[in-house]
Design a protein. Structure first.
Length: 202
């Protein structure tokens, strides 16, 4: 009697184990198929440059969307007038969100003297090889840069020039910058105006 009952219990246990195993395999297979299924809900998009813009055609993230580079210069250009030294570290011409053309200047200004010098790199005039001139950068988009340099200090940031038409920065060979001369506390000029030309790749 006990032997027969034991045999029945053993058979029941084997049946139960087999059923559980088949259920786990089915669940695992279903999960695997779910993970391997292609996601058709994602839309196509341009590759975003993770290291920032380095060459023409790069798409990179900006506040409010993305921008695509149409021309660029990664070569630093330095000019000096009186005690002030201005370095244009990089120039980027790009189109933001496929509708707003702009040029960005990455700048560094340095007072090489111990005196107080007035200098305004955020009011540089810019002219393009395409025949367009912009009197000053966009205050809304540009960084706040020092206007008064007290002794041997330096400052850096970006200024942005906004254009009306994408054609204004198409096939951009170069830009020319006119920078007001530095002055002392009595508004006496300490040097000449800076005139900087920078060639770009496009």
């Amino acid at each position: 009697m006990f032997k027969r009952l034991g045999t029945l219990l053993l058979i029941a246990s084997l049946v139960l184990l087999t059923a559980c195993k088949n259920s786990e395999e089915s669940s695992s297979s279903s999960s695997g198929n779910k993970n391997s299924a292609p996601d058709n809900s994602s839309s196509e998009s341009q590759d975003i440059s993770e290291n920032g813009p380095n060459e023409v055609g790069d798409v990179y993230e900006i506040d409010g969307g993305t921008a695509k580079v149409t021309a660029i210069s990664n070569k630093e250009t330095t000019a000096k007038s009186g005690p002030m030294q201005l370095t244009v570290k990089r120039v980027i011409a790009a189109v933001a969100n496929e509708k707003t053309p702009f040029i960005e200047l990455e700048l560094e200004a340095k007072n090489t003297s111990d005196g107080v010098v007035n200098f305004t790199p955020d009011s540089i005039k810019l002219a393009t090889s395409t025949g367009v001139q912009v009197e000053e950068p966009s205050l809304d988009e540009s960084d706040d840069l020092l206007g008064e340099y007290i002794g041997k200090v330096k400052d850096s940031g970006s200024v942005f020039y906004i254009f009306q038409n994408e054609e204004d920065i198409e096939n951009l060979d170069s830009i020319r910058l006119r920078v007001a001369s530095p002055s002392d506390e009595n508004a006496t000029a300490l040097g000449d105006k800076m005139d900087i030309k920078i060639n770009l790749e496009h």
